[in-house]
Design a protein around this ligand. Structure first.
Ligand SMILES: Nc1ncnc2c1ncn2[C@@H]1O[C@H](COP(=O)(O)OP(=O)(O)OP(=O)(O)O)[C@@H](O)[C@H]1O
Ligand SMILES: [Mg+2]
Length: 440
């Protein structure tokens, strides 16, 4: 029954009762005024009055019953709406890809969403009532407990960042601890919403790297130019003296050591110079298959000698890619050299070209089944001077320079590697260079 009708019925009931009462009062007055009285009228009025009052009482009872019924249905509707809202709220929390949980003052879980539980490899019910240290390391749990104390103490939110390591993976979390208060305003528990910010952290790192690169570029240009000439002179004179010396003499061997180290210095200088010269890239587009073929011609023999099977798979009708062909050759040569160095006992080297993103990209994949890169090294391989090679074997500039070249042409260079054979991924390394395709 809607509210308008209810109000109408209520007014009608009051009117009926009023009429009944008026009739009775009027009958009473008539009774008092005329003792002889007009008996018939009196009886009628009294009868009408009593009937009206009875009708009123019956109607009140019926109205009451219907009102109770309408209240009951209203209650059940509201309960349904409440349950629906609760379900929606639960679904919202459950479908969130954030870590959401509530804890008491001693850091015991009161509730947590599936995302949190799944991340740590369990179900929410497994962790309820247990302390934070079941999910986080002792150190992180202690840090969180301190924050929870602060929230209980001051009733204000606090924010912090944590590093969580699960199954060898490191995840950065940005967490907000918020107070949940009761009606008296007292904090009863703490709600934590944490978000995975690992990607942001990586980007921050890359940004720092980009700045580092820019300053190294400027520095490299100056230093390399200064060192190049004296190094050339040292090597020239070393060569001259070596020709005059006896091949087996101690002086000859000593000078050979000087020559070896000078050559290493020259290699570093040349790498730095090529990084500094990146600005000079002339050609805007290149034929990637052609660039790879010319490198293959250079390295083919040495690959055979090292028992490395070369498997080129170059896509026909590959569109031209944005980049200078000489510089791109340098990139592929660096990748091939690294692959060769990782396959000391021979192996398979695959070089594949393909188009991507609906022929808007040109993709080059260089894959080896060599030693692979240890996970902790993966984030450093593009850093300048990062090398795992012995002294005199590598400068740690190959990937740094390659990365600089590829990004200059708005391309990307990515690495996937596994240092051990696993069912998901066999041992080895894959570098993927993605360049912008040029349609001309
Ligand atoms: N295909 C690969 N397989 C295994 N490790 C690799 C591979 N490519 C790169 N690496 C690792 O990355 C490191 C950095 O490579 P990068 O080419 O920058 O320097 P480098 O090869 O050590 O020295 P160079 O300046 O002579 O190239 C290497 O020392 C090696 O540990
Ligand atoms: Mg290298």
């Amino acid at each position: 029954m809607n509210r308008g009708r209810q109000r109408g019925t209520k007014t009608l009931l009051i009117a009926v009762c009023l009429i009944g009462c008026l009739c009775l009062i009027f009958a009473l007055m008539l009774n008092i005024e005329s003792a002889s009285g007009e008996f018939k009228l009196l009886v009628w009025l009294q009868g009408i009055g009593i009937l009206a009052i009875l009708a009123g009482i019956v109607a009140v009872l019926r109205y009451g019953r219907s009102r109770i019924r309408s209240l009951q249905s209203e209650l059940s509707e509201r309960t349904k709406a409440l349950r629906k809202a609760e379900e929606e709220y639960r679904r919202l929390v459950e479908s969130a890809e954030d870590f959401i949980f509530t804890v008491d003052r001693s850091g015991r879980f009161q509730s947590l969403n599936s995302f949190t539980a799944n991340f740590f490899g369990g179900a929410p019910s497994q962790f309820l009532g247990r302390s934070l240290s079941v999910l986080f390391s002792e150190e992180i749990a202690a840090q969180q407990l301190k924050l929870i104390d602060v929230v209980f103490e001051f009733g204000k939110s606090v924010r912090d960042e944590f590093v969580v390591t699960t199954g060898g993976h490191t995840t950065w979390l940005s967490a907000n601890f918020m107070p949940l208060k009761n009606e008296q305003g007292r904090v009863t528990s703490v709600l934590c919403i944490a978000r995975d910010i690992t990607e942001n952290k990586k980007l921050e790192g890359q940004l720092v790297n980009t700045e580092k690169l820019a300053s190294i570029g400027t520095l490299a240009a100056g230093v390399a130019h200064e060192l190049n000439n004296p190094l050339g002179i040292i090597l020239g004179f070393t060569d001259l003296i070596l020709e005059k010396l006896d091949k087996g003499s101690q002086d000859y061997l000593d000078l050979k050591t000087i020559e070896r180290h000078s050559l290493h210095c020259k290699e570093v200088v040349e790498n730095l110079l090529s990084f500094a010269r990146q600005e000079e890239g002339v050609c805007e587009y290149c034929d990637i298959n052609e660039a790879i073929n010319s490198i293959i011609n250079v390295v083919r023999h040495s690959l055979e000698m090292k028992n490395i099977e070369l498997r080129p798979d170059l896509a026909p009708e590959l569109p031209k890619a944005k980049g200078d062909s000489r510089q791109m050759q340098q990139v592929f040569l660096n990748l091939i050299n690294n692959a060769v160095a990782a396959m000391k006992d021979g192996g398979i080297l695959e070089i594949k070209t393909a188009t991507g993103a609906g022929r808007r990209k040109v993709r080059v994949t260089v894959r080896d089944n060599g030693d692979g890169i240890r996970e902790e090294h993966l984030e450093n391989i593009f850093d300048p001077f990062f090398t795992t090679k012995g002294e005199g074997e590598g400068t740690g500039l190959g990937l740094f320079v390659s990365h600089g070249i590829v990004t200059k042409y708005e391309g990307t260079i990515e690495c996937q590697s596994s240092a051990a054979d696993t069912p998901q991924r066999p041992r080895g390394t894959t570098f993927t260079v993605t360049l912008k395709a040029v349609t001309i």
